[in-house]
Design a protein around this ligand. Sequence first.
Ligand SMILES: Nc1ncnc2c1ncn2[C@@H]1O[C@H](COP(=O)(O)OP(=O)(O)OP(=O)(O)O)[C@@H](O)[C@H]1O
Ligand SMILES: [Mg+2]
Length: 387
Amino acid sequence: MISLPAHHSPMRVALVYNQKKEEAVQQSMTDNDSEPPSSRGSFSPNQSLSQISNPNSHSSQVSDLYAEWDTFETIDAVRAALAEHHSVTMIEADEDAFSKLQTERPQIVFNIAEGLHGVSREAQIPAMLEMLGIPYSGSDPLTLAVCLDKSRAKEILSYYNIPTAKFGVIHSKEEIKNLNISFPNIVKPLHEGSSKGIYNSSIVHSKEELVIEVGKTLDKYNQPVLVEEFLPGREFTVAMLGNGKELHVLPIVEIIFDTLPKGVNPIYSFEAKWIWDQSDSPLDIFSCPAKIPDKLKLEIEETCRKAYTVLRCRDWCRIDVRLDSAGIPNIIELNPLPGILPKPEDNSCFPKAARAGGLSYNQLIQTVLILAAQRNGLIEHTSLHSN
Ligand SMILES: Nc1ncnc2c1ncn2[C@@H]1O[C@H](COP(=O)(O)OP(=O)(O)OP(=O)(O)O)[C@@H](O)[C@H]1O
Ligand SMILES: [Mg+2]
């Protein structure tokens, strides 16, 4: 169990966030002409919700434009957790964010902003904060940008001999012939999260299927495509808290694919995350703590510690892991701005792992703030006790 470090005096905290524009998502499902606020994706959604819910339909036309951003409910839950001990100002990470931060000058920022535009969007708020000399929670601009480009992150992991699936980056269909990896493959947009662009159809077993899927992904996401060898084993996600030698691995979550609709591919796809799993009828897709032998648990923990360290993550990160055909844990990707939906029935992995490790949602948020404040010398360093 992890316990929160000792109490300390209140701080002036700013919570910096991007709020999901739910109305706009509704709108974009019916309006082919709706313009996205960024150049990230250009969907022309034309599918009804009943088609979306059908696991056999191709659901890649559902708008996932705002999938990364947080809902009011999540943002307000983080605010409430921070407000238990601190004064909290809310700052939306929009084009006025820099001047708002400059005027407000909080002692510390709790950063959950996914950013507005571009392939390094998660780095934008941390870069502004560094320029202003304001301490903030979580990883720095470099780590955030590298982890948002899954190929760059995988190159670093490979350099340190940390297992990760073989891959290639494709900029145009003509480059497919240069790929030197074995089928089956998984096809994903290079710079996305929240399973954007990862659908049941993203698994391909032949050159013909690969060409079609790469073409669709290139067209829809207007960015390079990552093609990886498919890791066929069990999948886990690992929530980590801490810095330096004091790095805590929370109880491991396993993704149980048996709970997905019959006949679909065993991946945690956009459909699985956002369509088949609803608060009013949650998919029983997670097992935490994962039921695994101690040896495998230690192996997963060790691989995740190495990945966290070589990518220079700070305070917290959720790392996705899958076993290869030899049973070896491979890193799929790192999420240094992890999803943190507050309600247990929302099936959000970091809060779930925290609860299993003895931290309530509010304690998790407060712990991340304390880790950041300690790292910046704002409060005295005390350990997170763990036994
Ligand atoms: N190489 C792979 N082999 C097998 N399955 C994979 C592989 N890469 C991705 N997947 C599956 O696709 C899912 C989503 O992939 P990934 O984690 O890269 O996407 P993401 O959109 O960044 O996810 P997140 O919501 O965690 O940000 C994984 O959870 C896993 O089920
Ligand atoms: Mg993932």
